[in-house]
Design a protein around this ligand. Structure first.
Ligand SMILES: CC(=O)SCCNC(=O)CCNC(=O)[C@H](O)C(C)(C)COP(=O)(O)OP(=O)(O)OC[C@H]1O[C@@H](n2cnc3c(N)ncnc32)[C@H](O)[C@@H]1OP(=O)(O)O
Ligand SMILES: CC(C)C(=O)C(=O)O
Length: 559
């Protein structure tokens, strides 16, 4: 890299404006969306799409809700010509959808382009030429007046060819390519020439499409450029002002959003930001950004994964796991404080209420995603996330102090393995920690009432010995505690919770007991799960005794 990049790179020209309006605007309604997936997107992939693939993609775009779709560059490729002809000849374009075809501003190409859409109900002919100084001087080797004259002549060609087919409703789209790098007065002259030559007016609509062909400035400069044009275009009421942002600086979405605030009525882009170099603006992100501001974008992403799979198959390009709204990881929190906040947010979230779950800007369900992987556990995770998974996937609701206790166990495990702890592994760790003692040696119990007291007899095998203990108390749990104290010495039940796991006939009782002992005054938790509530409590007691590290002190009543 250079010590002084200013010797090599020119800074974008700012717009001299004192009364800019766009910073005070908000995006209040959806723009007209044009998908250029089949044109700009198709220009940017290893293997351009076949006719069949393009037709499949077109159907998907219609399903998503696009009303304008650029199907290709028919004068450049037979495939693109065949696609648009198939769509028209087979009546595959819904009445409310308008196809667009693109061409350079060259007579021979325009002629073939118009031929490709003869017979369409409505069609947009899109012509472009670059207006920026480097292109004028290097590619076209033309002066400004010569470039303007080229625009006039090519629009006349489109007009002449389309006027011969009044059965189609024709729309002209003119793009001054590299608009963002063009002197504003030159861009305005080119656009107004197109507008006037087309004779835009009632029944003769025109789209003026202003691209950031190669993104060059901060988005606020582009917004200024759009506002400047918006207030100066001829016949403004008959012009649809469109933008076509690219993403070379990684600010394509911001550029489009500020442009909409500055007066853009239409946005061209691709699903998931495919397109030349760093992509066209990502229409999915733009649309869902609007949605999460409470403005419906008019596009339907309620099954975003299915759409993503179609796009991946058609483009043969994978979508990044962190891609906004759709990436595999974008609804997942690994870090403890995020997990804790998300769990609390879910607990508090009211069905049908304003969405207020921390760290999740959108309810994953609105785009057809589940809550399954919202929380994943690794060494960065904390108690909240672990508790969330155990509760959601295994129906175990841990009391707060137990969450702290178990998260230390999980932390140790994930640091030992240096890996994520899956939900299955988490459950197995939970079982090894809390349930193993009771599952290994099945306890047999007998309870009966004696003079208003409950008498408990507990039997189990321990190190090959059959143990049997007895105790009385004011209920089965109290009696069982007293019986176990005979065997293990004193311990004190600090808290007791019982809930059901599952529903209906399959439901089980989950009992969680916290107990302390003279050697472990801070206490430990034990868990018992059983079809029977009392049995779950006894198992939880056996578990907590084991976790307190209590050893048999008295061997009583051996069978
Ligand atoms: C920013 C964008 O995405 S714009 C879209 C770009 N997409 C494409 O180009 C894909 C399809 N294009 C193609 O396949 C080819 O360019 C074709 C088939 C259309 C034309 O191919 P060719 O006739 O071989 O010409 P080629 O592409 O090399 O064009 C160069 C000529 O066109 C001129 N030209 C380039 N762009 C334009 C334009 N927008 N309007 C008018 N003339 C143009 C150049 O000045 C050059 O003229 P010259 O030969 O007199 O110097
Ligand atoms: C709108 C056209 C010319 C385009 O693809 C671009 O400028 O990026």
């Amino acid at each position: 890299m250079l010590a002084n990049p200013a010797t090599k790179y020119r800074r974008a020209t700012t717009v001299d404006m004192t009364n800019r309006q766009w910073p005070n605007q908000q995006i209040e309604k959806a723009p007209v969306w044009l998908s250029t997936d089949l044109r700009d997107g198709n220009q940017a992939i290893f293997e351009p799409m076949s006719v069949a693939t393009k037709l499949r993609f077109f159907d998907e775009l219609v399903n998503v809700g696009f009303k304008e779709i650029e199907t290709g560059f028919p004068a450049a490729s037979q495939i693109d010509f065949d696609v648009i002809r198939t769509l028209i000849d087979e009546g595959r374009i819904p009445d409310d959808v308008t196809p667009m075809v693109m061409t350079q501003a060259r007579d021979d190409l325009i002629e073939r382009t118009v031929q490709s859409v003869i017979g369409a109900k409505r069609a947009i002919i899109h012509i472009y030429n670059s207006t920026a100084p480097v292109w004028r001087n290097t590619v076209f080797r033309m002066t400004v007046p010569e470039v303007i004259d080229m625009v006039r002549q090519r629009v006349q060609t489109v007009k002449r060819l389309t006027d011969a087919h009044p059965e189609t409703e024709w729309v002209l789209q003119y793009s001054p390519e590299c608009f963002n790098m063009t002197e504003l007065d030159v861009a305005l002259q080119a656009c107004n020439t197109a507008i006037d030559t087309w004779n835009a007016g009632p029944g003769r609509p025109i789209i003026i499409n202003l691209p950031t062909t190669v993104e060059w400035s901060t988005p606020n400069v582009f917004a200024d450029q759009i506002e400047w044009m918006n207030t100066r275009l001829n016949r403004r009421a008959h012009v649809v002002l469109s933008v076509h942002p690219h993403n070379d600086r990684g600010t394509g979405v911001a550029t489009a959003e500020l442009a909409m605030m500055a007066g853009a009525q239409r946005v061209e882009g691709c699903l998931f930001g495919n397109g030349e170099r760093c992509g066209n603006v990502d229409i999915v992100t733009l649309a869902l950004n609007m949605y999460t501001q409470g403005v419906h974008p008019g596009l339907d992403f309620s099954n975003i994964n299915a759409i993503a799979r179609v796009v991946e198959e058609c483009t043969q390009l994978p979508i990044h796991p962190r891609h906004p709204y759709v990436g595999d990881l974008v609804y997942t929190a690994f870090s403890g404080s995020h997990q804790d906040a998300i769990k609390k947010g879910f607990d508090k979230q009211i069905d049908g209420g304003i969405w207020e779950v921390p760290y999740l800007p959108i309810d994953p369900k609105d785009v057809g995603r589940t809550y399954d992987s919202v929380i994943r556990v690794n060494s960065q995770s904390g108690k909240g996330g672990i508790a969330y998974i155990l509760e959601r996937e295994h129906g175990v609701v841990m009391p707060r102090r137990m969450q702290v206790e178990f998260s230390a166990v999980v932390q140790q495990e994930s640091e030992r393995t240096e890996k994520e702890v899956s939900s299955t592994e988490l459950w197995s760790l939970f079982q090894r920690t809390y349930l193993i003692a009771t599952e290994q040696g099945a306890v047999q119990t007998r309870f009966n009432e004696q003079g208003g007291q409950t008498r408990a007899v507990l039997k189990w095998q321990q190190s090959g010995e059959a143990i049997s203990v007895e105790g009385t108390g004011n209920g089965p749990v109290d009696a069982a505690v007293n019986a176990l104290q005979q065997q293990f010495g004193p311990f004190n039940v600090v808290s007791y919770e019982e809930r059901s796991q599952g529903q209906g006939a399959q439901a089980k009782a989950v009992c969680i007991i916290e107990a302390s002992s003279p050697d472990m005054p801070a206490g430990r938790f034990g868990v018992g799960i059983d079809d029977n509530i009392v049995m779950a409590s006894v198992k939880a007691l056996m578990s907590v005794v084991h976790r307190l590290g209590l050893q048999a002190t008295v061997h009583c009543a051996h069978d």
